[in-house]
Design a protein. Structure first.
Length: 160
């Protein structure tokens, strides 16, 4: 049986369309500048005395916090190198010249690619006075690519 050419042409077009149909999902948007700035304020209750030190850090969560997706039937090997510490992406320190009763603004410069921000970064704040850390972030404050251009108000609570 001889295959006719007109029947072969539509079949080739169908195969070609199936082969390139996945190309419609390519992300062609340009990546953002990895040198970024984060603006926000440290929100607290009460009054902070003069000389209070505020440390604001932006951290990439360690692999230990990202959770494992293996089911109960599969053994999961422990990491051989031990726990990996969080990676510091940016840090700023503030010292209050006078007592403060309202949120303290901050600006944090950091370097992060878009892919890293899509996964989320943790914003950590510690407030010290009298030689001790008195207030800190208790609940995770996550910064993502969508939220990074906006002001980040970080609530701190008393250390117990």
């Amino acid at each position: 049986m001889k295959l006719r050419r007109p029947a072969l042409l539509p079949a080739l077009w169908a195969v070609l369309l199936l082969a390139v149909s996945g190309c419609a999902n390519l992300d062609t948007t340009p990546a953002g500048n990895p040198d970024r700035s984060l603006n926000g304020a440290v929100v607290f209750e009460g009054t902070l005395p003069a000389g209070t030190e505020i440390l604001v850090r932006l951290l990439e969560p360690s692999a230990n916090e990202k959770g494992r997706s293996a089911g109960a039937d599969f053994p999961v090997a422990a990491p051989s190198a031990g726990p990996r510490p969080d990676r510091l992406l940016g840090e700023t320190r503030l010292t209050l010249a006078a007592a403060a009763m309202q949120p303290v603004p901050f600006k944090l410069d950091y370097f992060a690619e878009d892919a890293l921000l899509r996964r989320g970064l943790n914003l950590d704040v510690r407030v010290s006075f009298g030689g001790k850390v008195r207030l800190r972030t208790v609940n995770a404050h996550v910064v993502t690519l969508a939220g990074s251009p906006f002001r980040q108000d970080v609530n701190v609570q008393a250390v117990r």
